[in-house]
Design a binder for this molecule. Structure first.
Ligand code: HEM
Length: 377
């Protein structure tokens, strides 16, 4: 099995080669660098029209991204029993895996995605990662994710305990990520995901956002998690937040302040280019965890271009009423000092509306999470 580090390098090399490769026409007229990628266009059209319809980086994009991580992280460099990575096991064995505490509310993603997986012939693992990549392209600020096709679907579930939990300490989280092949820098990069989305406090409920801009892939998340928390729900993996309407995970709060990760975290504040490029690389690596990329085909050219985030929108700011004096800085490197404060009175961030398609038979304890999928072999 290839190491994940090698996989990442190979993915990036493959992607850059693809840009120079001659393109061929699919029967439907779309141009691709490999005809195997033509199979993705009907899937793309279906999910663009029906799954992400009217989704401006909202619930469908958030849910498809989270499940892509929870599927991929079922993998270990040392424990073969931890699963085979980005292998679709989270849906193929949903009745088991969705009963794990860490997978609470992944049922939303199952209800959303299962009908589409059943209607198309690509494998479950490929669908999960493809939907996440396409969902990301709804989010202003994301760089177009690469996509490789050809994952081998799981033959067994991942066990409980592979997905980090919000109440765990930094040592435990970093150890789990390292065991899956990810460095602290890659974890901090991947957590840009929490710049979009939030927590669902009840089944099929609206989400409490992690930051004040949950539909923009911007650096506000890294800034706002560093503000002194004074408000909101505490317990069960949540700590006080600084902005009404948002929820801060204990794990994000600790990682932002721990000396092993605080400078990596702080470096993203008001640095959109760093956030976007480091996430793009770490996400490409995450998408192929446990898979042999030599057997996969580069279909990056099928992924649409995400909307551009303007320079003005990429400017980080302190929420109304807050300033540099509210930052709890652990990293000894200089903090960006010239950030503006958004004018006006303190705001309450509205909840993230629930996508009705996330409601369905699959329950949060894993019951009734069954569907007939065509699996790849
Ligand atoms: C230390 C590692 C991590 C922990 C402890 C963690 C924990 C959580 C928790 C507790 C939620 C709320 C789920 C809910 O109850 O609705 C959440 C949401 C989310 N997570 Fe993570 N996460 C981690 C890393 C990641 C990574 C690496 C990704 C993607 C690459 C990711 C993507 C997301 C997304 C997109 C959401 C929002 C889902 C939605 O709004 O529907 N997370 N995470």
């Amino acid at each position: 099995m290839l190491s994940t580090t090698f996989s990442l390098l190979a993915v990036l090399v493959t992607v850059s080669k693809a840009a120079l490769t001659k393109r061929m026409a699919c029967p439907d007229g779309n141009l691709v660098s490999n005809l195997a990628c033509c199979a993705l266009f009907p899937v793309l059209e279906d999910i663009q029209t029906n799954m992400f319809a009217d989704d401006d980086c909202s619930e469908a994009a958030h849910a498809t991204l989270r499940v892509a991580f929870h599927d991929a992280i079922g993998w270990s460099l040392t424990q073969p029993s931890f699963g085979t990575g980005a292998d679709g096991s989270i849906f193929i064995f949903a009745e088991q895996e969705l009963s794990y505490d860490a997978n609470l509310h992944i049922a939303d993603a199952f209800n959303l995605e299962a009908p589409f997986i059943a209607n198309h012939s690509i494998g479950v693992a490929d669908f999960i990662q493809f939907a996440a990549a396409v969902g990301l392209t709804k989010c202003p600020g994301v760089l177009r994710p690469p996509f490789l096709l050809g994952r081998v679907d799981a033959t067994a579930p991942a066990p409980d305990g592979t997905v980090p939990e919000p109440f765990q300490n930094v040592t435990t989280i970093l150890a789990r990520m390292a065991d899956a092949g990810f460095s602290p820098a890659e974890l901090v990069a991947l957590l840009a995901s929490h710049s979009i989305g939030g927590v669902h406090t009840a089944p099929n409920s609206p989400g409490l956002p992690f930051d004040s801009t949950p539909s923009t892939f911007d650096t506000q998340f890294y800034l706002e998690t560093l503000l002194t928390g004074t408000l909101g729900t505490v317990g069960n993996g949540a700590v006080e937040t600084a902005i009404a309407g948002t929820l801060r995970l204990q794990s994000d709060s600790l990682l932002a302040r721990d000396l092993r990760t605080s400078c990596l975290w702080q470096a993203n504040v008001n640095n959109q280019a760093l956030m976007a490029t480091s996430f793009q690389a770490a996400f490409a690596k995450m998408q192929v965890v446990g898979q042999n990329i030599l057997n996969m085909v580069d279909c990056s050219d099928v992924i649409p271009e995400p909307p551009v985030l303007s320079t003005t929108a990429a400017q980080a700011f302190y929420p109304p009423g807050l300033s540099r004096s509210n930052i709890q800085q652990s990293c000894l490197l200089p903090f960006p000092i010239l950030l503006p404060t958004k004018p006006g009175a303190p705001e309450t961030v509205p909840p993230i509306a629930q996508d009705p398609a996330t409601d369905g038979p699959c329950q949060d304890d894993g019951s009734d999470c069954v569907a007939s999928f065509t699996k790849s072999t």
